[in-house]
Design a protein around this ligand. Structure first.
Ligand code: A3P
Length: 290
């Protein structure tokens, strides 16, 4: 374990692997020293849980359904990741409130200002078997990540947290058991699949934006999978092929709940469920898929 490829491509930071070229020391320091504002909105996810989807919804809600930002600004500049290198060069300090950010950090990796200023958090959670399936395809096409190997090999790495941003189990445990839950909205990928309009409405209430039902409908329509797939500013088609080879697997790949059923063997699912049951036993949260 910890092969040469890992050492070459990843940095170990606060106990988790981060892809080095996206998260150089400079950007990690920037985040450590970052000053939040109370009205910032922070989208928090474990990778492959619906980050890009939320990077579409939140700006649309904020702008009252005006499509301009999502049709003109790439998702990574529209709602930047605070731990990515780009954050240092985007002049985030100059942005007007309420600012919108994303992060994949675990709760216990957050900078000091997060705990004192208490920005708003939208935590998106997804069935881990679907997170695994989505990740497996993504690791196969993104050249900045260690090749996944066979599905069995990748399952082992995923369960042991030997993947970027560490263990899914630790991530959800940290955020779901967070002390300051009053400023946090929890929403699942599955709820959004089941009823996107209702989800957009809940998100707008949380953000303190009261929107007419036509506006909610317009936002939900822009954010359905088939429409988001057409949006060049959200489908990662601006990223060069050498970095993400979408001929191998598209970034907006399938966009459904339960695709794991098409990929897990019975043995893999049973194994996963046994590990899952053990690892989540001290989380007080009702997962929609259980
Ligand atoms: P799949 O690989 O299962 O299709 P993230 O943005 O956190 O990296 O997550 C990517 C996953 O979210 C991918 O899952 C992607 O297709 C899915 N996704 C992105 N936008 C979506 C949308 N509008 N509706 C449904 N799924 C979406």
């Amino acid at each position: 374990e910890g092969s040469g490829e890992e050492a070459e491509l990843y940095t170990e930071y606060k106990g988790v692997y981060l892809p080095t070229n996206i998260h150089p020391q400079e950007s990690l320091k920037y985040y450590e020293e970052f000053t939040f504002r109370h009205d910032d909105i922070l989208i928090v996810t474990y990778p492959k849980s619906g980050t890009t989807w939320m990077q579409e919804i939140v700006p649309l809600v904020q702008n009252g359904g005006d499509l301009t930002p999502v049709l003109t600004i790439p998702n990574w500049d529209r709602v930047p990741w605070l731990e990515e290198h780009r954050a240092c060069v985007l002049n985030l300090e100059q942005r007007a409130s309420p600012r919108q950010f994303a992060t994949h950090f675990h709760y216990n990796m957050m900078p000091v200002s997060f705990f004192t200023v208490k920005p708003k958090v939208i935590y998106v959670i997804r069935n881990p078997k679907d997170v695994f399936t989505s990740s497996y395809h993504y690791y196969g096409m993104a050249s900045y990540l260690v090749k996944p190997g066979t599905q069995d090999q990748f399952l082992q790495k995923f369960i042991n947290g030997k993947v970027m941003f560490g263990s899914w189990f630790d991530h959800v445990k940290g955020w779901l058991n967070a002390k300051d839950q009053d400023r946090t909205m929890y929403i699942s990928y599955e709820e959004m699949i089941f009823d996107l309009k209702d989800s957009v409405s809940k998100i707008s209430q949380f953000m303190g934006k009261s929107l007419d039902s036509e506006v909610i409908e317009k936002i939900a329509d822009q954010c359905v999978f088939k429409n988001m797939k057409q949006n060049k500013m959200s489908n990662y088609s601006l990223v060069p092929n050498e970095f993400m080879d979408q001929n191998k697997s598209e970034f907006l790949r399938k966009g459904i709940a339960g695709d794991w059923k098409n990929h897990f063997t019975v043995a893999q699912a049973e194994y996963f469920d046994a590990v899952y049951k053990d690892k989540i036993k001290d989380i007080k949260y009702k997962f929609v898929w259980d």
